[in-house]
Ligand binder design. Structure first.
Ligand SMILES: Cc1cc2nc3c(=O)[nH]c(=O)nc-3n(C[C@H](O)[C@H](O)[C@H](O)COP(=O)(O)O)c2cc1C
Length: 383
């Protein structure tokens, strides 16, 4: 196991994850679509924002708590849905859910998980959100919603930026398939990535537990990269969201909104929130960075619904910047995933600890005592 105390920041956890994982799997986690312009921009947008810190404020105590959908979260953060992750470490979904519970933040369970909706609820619990991929088979889709309802999930996040799957070029180059299929090309991973290989030998290669029984239209029914992508309902429209609103009594969020007019429509159909997201740069390459799309979206909806943001969050100060630009909280995809890959639950918790301590320090250096005090007054505007 990597020495997690040596991980000073999220990038250190990323490097530890890369050391542990076969290249094809690391690239599946780390990569984006096509030229990865949007992937880079998500990060660059955070780096471009400059702050104007307030001084001579008593910041001996700061409070990072926020209210999310009427309940307290210890940080303005939830864990984003990431599918196929048990291919990197067995039980990654359970690991992330446990870390989220320990830290008092919500965990979002992805449709293409290796563990079922029910199992995560029974074995871990905590604040659970379910990410719904609008698979083409409507009966199966309805069943997923019913299962989340029966298991007491607080929210459904419908991913709307994936009518078809993005063109992620690292995957075909690496011959990546999920479940990971050993062949002569990747069998050297057994030698060079022994910790990962032992983990897979011990537990077997993961499948997609929530999609067992799904009538896939292609024979490669367990191949996340191609089969799930092909099963997306490219005909999904606002009418479905309207129907889902009637079917689902819990919180309803759309994940993958970047336009103010779409955000307005989300309000009109009765959504409780949106996630300003471009799928971590994995879908439309050339899509705006989420941080730059955020202010217009936030202005359009005001306080009528909750606005969350994901994409490129790697530092505690990023959480502060996102709140200053209009998000109530962020979702972390790769930051917490790299932690889980580097060191299991301890690693996932280390990622949250790094983000939390960095956020506290950034708040103190900005002269704000509570997350609620973070606002646009902290932004340096070049005009
Ligand atoms: C390996 C991986 C798998 C993902 N799987 C899903 C998924 O199944 N459903 C979904 O809505 N988003 C998925 N996402 C996107 C994340 O929910 C989130 O939008 C993105 O990771 C945020 O960017 P960040 O990684 O820079 O934090 C995935 C992202 C990664 C890195």
């Amino acid at each position: 196991m990597a020495d997690l105390s040596r991980a000073v920041n999220i990038e250190d956890l990323r490097v530890m994850a890369r050391r542990r994982l076969p290249r094809a799997i690391f690239d599946f986690f780390d990569g984006g679509a096509e030229d990865e312009v949007t992937l880079r921009e998500n990060r660059a947008a955070f780096e471009r924002v400059r702050l104007l810190p307030k001084v001579l404020v008593d910041v001996s105590k700061v409070d990072t708590k926020v209210s999310l959908f009427g309940k307290e979260a210890s940080l303005p953060l939830a864990i984003a849905p990431t599918g196929g992750i048990s291919a990197g470490r067995f039980g990654a979904e359970l690991i992330l859910a446990r870390a989220a519970k320990a830290w008092g933040v919500p965990f979002t369970m992805a449709t293409p998980s290796a563990f079922t909706i029910e199992r995560v609820a029974e074995e871990v619990g905590g604040r659970l959100w379910f990410q719904l991929y609008a698979v083409r088979n409507i009966d199966f889709r309805n069943k997923l919603v019913e299962r989340a309802k029966r298991s007491g999930y607080e929210a459904i996040l419908v991913t709307v930026d994936l009518p078809v799957s993005g063109k992620r070029e690292r995957d075909p180059r690496n011959g990546f398939h999920t479940p990971y299929t050993p062949n002569w090309r990747n069998s050297r991973d057994v030698v060079f990535k022994p910790a990962w290989a032992l983990d897979m030998l011990r537990h077997g290669l993961p499948g997609m537990a929530n999609l067992v029984g799904y009538p896939f239209s292609t024979p490669s029914g367990t191949d996340i990269v191609t089969a799930v992508g092909r099963e997306m309902d490219a005909g999904l429209d606002w009418e479905y969201i309207r129907r889902l609103r009637e079917q689902w009594p819990g919180k309803l969020l759309l994940k993958g909104v970047e336009r103010p007019d779409d955000a307005e429509r989300a309000v009109a159909v009765g959504c409780d929130g949106i996630v300003v997201s471009n799928h971590g740069g994995r879908q439309l390459d050339g899509a705006s960075s989420t941080l730059e799309a955020l202010p217009a979206v936030s202005r359009a909806v005001g306080s009528r619904i909750t606005v969350l943001l994901d994409g490129g969050v790697r530092r505690g100060v990023d959480i502060l910047k996102a709140r200053a630009l209009g998000a109530q909280a962020v979702l972390t995809g790769r930051a917490t995933l790299f932690g889980a890959m580097a060191g299991g639950e301890t690693g996932a918790q280390r990622a949250l600890e790094i983000l939390s301590t960095e956020l506290v320090r950034a708040m103190q250096l900005c002269g704000v005592r509570s997350a609620d005090e973070i606002g646009p007054h902290l932004l340096f505007q070049n005009s």
